[in-house]
Write a protein that binds this ligand. Structure first.
Ligand code: GAL
Length: 417
């Protein structure tokens, strides 16, 4: 395995080794949406490492969890003929931009560093267009997580994290009776969709998730199972506080931290928030997968846009090499709450939540229960995802029946395809 010591000289040589002209000064304008406490800390690691290798980092943060605002800004930049050097972008979005001829490849770096040999094939495929790497993955986030404040659970007499939705509902009812908000939630479409997809996995299982949220199968979308998933979501609407609307996800995490609410259902970037606030997993906060069997995959990556100029090209190559170096994958993911995208980075410094994520990832892969996140743009085109977000949010904020929701979801998806 490559250890930290070998990574430094490798990266330092990246500019020269990968054909960047001598004298070029690696420069990268990086567009991302990592602005919360934990996120900013993690992206700060990337900036510092890039600068330590002599690079000039131009930071372009666009606030807004889930990245919807960042994606709008990106489109405007590309249309104006002025794309950033590297963009936090993922899933089918990478392919969509590549098809439009908007990307540069970093295949020379990938080949020299044997990315194919160290990435899970499912991730490697997402990063490539036409057989060449156009993006580099930083991590593997798990979406189907539940976070809790143990003191608050104890106050309501809840001894363990729920393992079924019935147990979750029973715990939430106890919390309600004790005058405690069961679920910290931010009412933004991507957060509603995050909870929704975890419920779909739990209620329907991985095959159903795939049929409905990835293959967009009409029968699955408008099925009794989908109705049951909406029923559970309706129940959870009753467990959030009155001020949930528009709340940022990290403020919902803070509610759990401060004991204002018991649970949050959110991907493991929430762990980055707990850690950035100095909280200790297993003591100050608990993690458990949301009820169900499987693993909802979300991987962040940086995609290289078509820029010219020796400095920018050198910047892309340096960034690509750095992102994929084992030492960086360790440092970054310790801060971000995720686990490394590389399969050969040791996890001994990672906490129990990360270890669990890794074990469950392997199990889910084996059991064909690894599914790509719909809410986090790993599964379907943005336009269709938009239909899911609109419908789920409307459901959450109205008294729409579960039957109507399933029917309307199927219709909206059909129209969008
Ligand atoms: C996700 C992203 C995570 C995290 C989250 C909240 O889509 O993959 O890295 O930042 O949004 O902003």
């Amino acid at each position: 395995m490559l250890r930290y010591k070998t990574f430094v000289p490798l990266v330092a040589a990246a500019g020269l080794a990968f054909g960047a002209p001598a004298g070029a000064e690696p420069t990268a304008e990086v567009l991302h949406w990592w602005t919360s406490g934990g996120e900013a800390k993690a992206v700060g690691e990337l900036k510092n490492s890039f600068e330590a290798q002599g690079g000039t980092w131009i930071d372009s943060p666009i606030a807004g969890g889930g990245g919807d605002a960042a994606m709008t800004a990106l489109r405007a930049r590309v249309v104006a003929g002025n794309p950033p050097t590297a963009v936090q972008l993922k899933g089918p979005g990478i392919q969509e931009w590549a098809e439009q001829g908007a990307l540069n490849d970093v295949e020379d770096v990938a080949e020299a560093e044997n990315w194919n040999g160290v990435l899970p094939p499912v991730l490697a495929e997402i990063m490539k267009y036409d057989g060449k790497y156009v993006a580099a993955p930083v991590n593997i986030h798990r979406v189907d997580w539940m976070w809790a404040n143990p003191e608050v659970l104890a106050k309501a007499g809840i001894g363990a994290m729920p393992t079924t939705w019935d147990e979750f509902n029973a715990a939430a009812d106890k919390l309600m009776a004790a005058g405690i908000t069961p679920l910290a939630h931010g009412g933004q479409p991507w957060q509603d969709a995050t909870v929704f997809e975890n419920v779909v996995l739990g209620v329907g299982g991985a095959d159903f998730f795939r049929a409905a949220l990835v293959d967009l199968d009409q029968e699955a979308l408008n099925s009794p199972t989908m109705v049951a998933a909406f029923d559970q979501l309706r129940r959870m609407r009753g467990y959030v506080d009155p001020n949930f609307s528009g709340r940022d996800w990290n403020l919902a995490t803070a509610m759990v931290m401060n004991g204002e609410a018991a649970f949050q259902i959110m991907g493991d970037w929430a762990k980055g928030e707990f850690l950035a606030a100095g909280k200790v997993p297993g003591e100050d906060f608990l993690c458990a997968p949301t009820p169900g069997n499987g693993f909802v995959l979300n991987s962040d990556s940086f995609t290289f846009f078509k820029v010219s100029g020796d400095d920018n090209i050198a910047g892309q190559k340096l960034l690509a090499s750095l992102i994929m170096s084992p030492g960086f994958q360790e440092t970054f993911n310790l801060a971000k709450g995720s686990i490394p995208a590389r399969t050969d980075v040791a996890l001994d410094k990672f906490d129990a939540c990360a270890q669990r994520s890794h074990e469950d990832l392997l199990k889910a892969t084996e059991a064909n229960a690894l599914v790509p996140s719909m809410a986090h743009e790993m599964a379907i085109p943005r336009s269709v995802r938009g239909e899911f977000l609109d419908l789920v949010t409307e459901f959450f904020n109205s008294d729409m029946s579960s039957e109507d929701a399933a029917q309307r979801l199927a219709d909206a998806v059909k129209r969008a395809m």
